[in-house]
Design a protein around this ligand. Structure first.
Ligand SMILES: Nc1nc2c(c(=O)[nH]1)N[C@H]1C(S)=C(S)[C@@H](COP(=O)(O)O)O[C@H]1N2
Ligand SMILES: [Mo]
Length: 547
């Protein structure tokens, strides 16, 4: 129950006073409203009682909203807190002369100055809103609604905000409105009854409660969200060497066919990280040590100073079932591991590296696959973008030809040159093979789950055998003779290969099957095997209904 209800007549005080309700205090308040007599004391008392308390309430409501917005931004992994959203939109829209002036005045602190400026304006308006809300809640609330609306609009129109970028600002606005309502209820009795001790105490309690709650929410946000917002911001601010081209080779364009390049947002994600490690590039360090002549320690800047390579590589998970989708193809940019390892000088006795991630995952990779010509790399970009945080930001390993669990360590922090007989990587004691070369496989993607009309129909899919290459794909219908499909051009033996075949489809229920051959002419293994311990085998079959 709010305080007003415990102070009879307070809420309706104005009406009650009008009706001549007695009482010393109430009377003074009433007189003050009327301009009173010589009761200037009453007038200023009334004003004092609500205006500064209203302002405090408005400011606390704004802080509560901002804290809630930051937590939500942290949880969503967006950097669009209300202040950042407004600030970014502002930066995009300021005239050049003002930008120049800001830099002239504040130098490299111009971003901080902008934040402080936005916060100041927000809080002043919030204070005004708080004062208004004591008398007319909606007058004060309108200011909050407009401010939140500006933040939501700013966030929603950010190119980097995604679909959820507006949410933190919306949550901030709603939170501020609710807290403002609490304050307006607490303070309303003081309009007519400035010395009402219960309301005064209630205001103090509410202020303390909101302040403590806001601090707690802000602290919770740090724990739950880690430094997500900061990492998201640092990631967006990175200016990495751009690949010369992002254009994939001309592929198969059939309706429903898997695109040759997997967009970052569609790329499968597999890892053991319950909460994604958040690493600022400025905090990132990699140590290359163990059986080497010279230990190396690299920062993110050191990495960027080295020669950068861009390479299409299809990544595959060992857990992929026959016909499964734990596979994706991307253009990776980074630095060759071969160069770094040779600089460190691996011992001739060493046969492996153990790579470790920030969250303690480890992978064991044969040294030979890192030192040969396949261009294994420390990757920092994926399809021309800084690595998405869930794909290993800021740096991961990419080794063509090996399943991810033995090579593709995300959130990489450490590389130890060692011997396989000296360590067990994360998955080895859990029933998976120490070595994990990718197995030759193929998949049918079209037609899939769709009705096919009798006549000419396109059958299409992908086949892969990274770092060996696919030379041929065949399709058969209802266990009949194998028929050769057409292969699309490939970028290298390290990517998957699209294929298609034109089928003269007769009415009825049919089973389509696919098989691939590697570069040496070996067919894919037809016997079914589950993913464990080193990758599934078997032919992909799909049932098709032809009308
Ligand atoms: N830190 C870390 N890196 C990891 C893993 C992990 O669990 N933790 N999983 C690996 C596995 S099993 C695969 S298949 C690939 C998947 O990479 P992606 O999520 O970018 O597709 O990451 C590898 N790197
Ligand atoms: Mo995997």
């Amino acid at each position: 129950m709010n305080q007003a209800d415990q102070v009879p007549g307070a809420i309706h005080g104005r009406v009650a006073d009008e009706a001549g309700r007695g009482g010393d205090d109430a009377g003074r308040g009433y007189d003050a409203v009327r301009g009173g007599d010589g009761a200037g004391r009453g007038s200023s008392g009334r004003w004092d009682a609500t205006w500064w308390r209203g302002a405090v309430g408005g400011v606390l409501a704004a802080f509560a909203g901002l804290a809630a917005g930051s937590v939500v931004a942290g949880l969503l992994g967006t950097r669009q807190t209300p202040v950042v959203a407004i600030g970014s939109a502002f930066i995009d829209r300021v005239p050049p002369w003002l930008k120049d002036l800001a830099i002239a005045w504040f130098g490299t602190n111009d971003k901080t100055a902008l934040r402080v400026g936005i916060l100041t304006v927000l809080l002043v308006l919030a204070a005004v809103g708080g004062i208004l809300a004591v008398r007319r809640y909606w007058a004060g609330a309108l200011i909050t609604v407009v401010l939140a609306g500006v933040a939501v609009a700013a966030a929603a129109t950010r190119p980097d905000s995604g679909q959820t970028g507006f949410v933190p600002s919306a949550v901030a606005g709603i939170t501020a409105l609710l807290v403002l309502r609490l304050f307006s209820r607490r303070l309303e009795p003081l309009i007519d009854n400035p010395d009402d001790g219960v309301s005064r105490r209630g205001f103090l309690q509410l202020s303390a409660g909101v302040a403590i709650g806001t601090a707690a929410v802000a602290a919770l946000g740090r724990i739950v969200g880690g430094n997500r917002a900061a990492v998201a911001e640092a990631r967006a601010a990175l200016d990495l060497p751009k690949p010369p081209t992002l254009d994939p080779p001309a592929g198969v364009q059939a309706d429903g066919a898997t695109p040759w390049v997997t967009p970052n947002d569609d790329f499968y994600r597999i890892d053991t990280a319950l909460s994604v490690p958040q690493i600022l590039p400025s905090d990132w360090k990699l140590r290359i040590h163990g059986m080497v002549e010279r230990e190396l320690e690299l920062t993110f800047d050191d990495l960027l100073k080295r020669q950068v390579v861009h390479k299409w590589v299809t990544l595959t998970c060992v857990s992929n079932q026959v016909g499964g989708d734990l596979i994706g193809n991307a253009l990776w940019s980074g630095v060759l591991l071969k160069d770094l390892l040779n600089e460190a000088g691996p011992s001739t006795d060493a046969d492996a590296i153990q790579s470790t991630s920030k969250d303690g995952f480890t992978a064991g990779t044969p040294l030979s696959t890192l030192l040969d010509e396949r261009q294994s790399m420390l990757a920092f970009a994926m399809n021309g973008q800084p690595l998405p945080v869930e794909h290993g930001f800021p740096v991961r390993i990419v080794v063509p030809g090996l399943y991810g669990y033995v090579s593709a360590t995300k959130w990489l922090t450490d590389i130890e040159v060692t011997r396989f007989d000296q360590f067990d990587a994360y998955w080895t004691p859990r029933g998976w093979s120490e070595l994990g070369p990718i197995k030759l496989s193929s998949r049918i993607d079209v037609p899939f789950g769709k009705k096919v009309t009798a006549g000419q129909a396109t059958v299409a899919g992908v086949a892969w055998d990274q770092h060996v290459g696919v030379s041929k794909v065949e399709v058969r219908v209802d266990g009949g003779p194998w028929q050769q499909a057409t292969l699309a051009t490939d970028a290298s033996i390290d990517t998957w290969r699209q294929w298609h075949w034109t089928w003269d489809a007769p009415r009825g229920n049919h089973v389509l099957q696919v098989r691939a051959f590697d570069a040496k002419g070996n067919p894919q293994i037809e016997a079914s095997a589950p993913p464990a311990p080193n990758g599934s085998t078997g032919l992909h079959s799909v049932n098709v209904v032809v009308d």
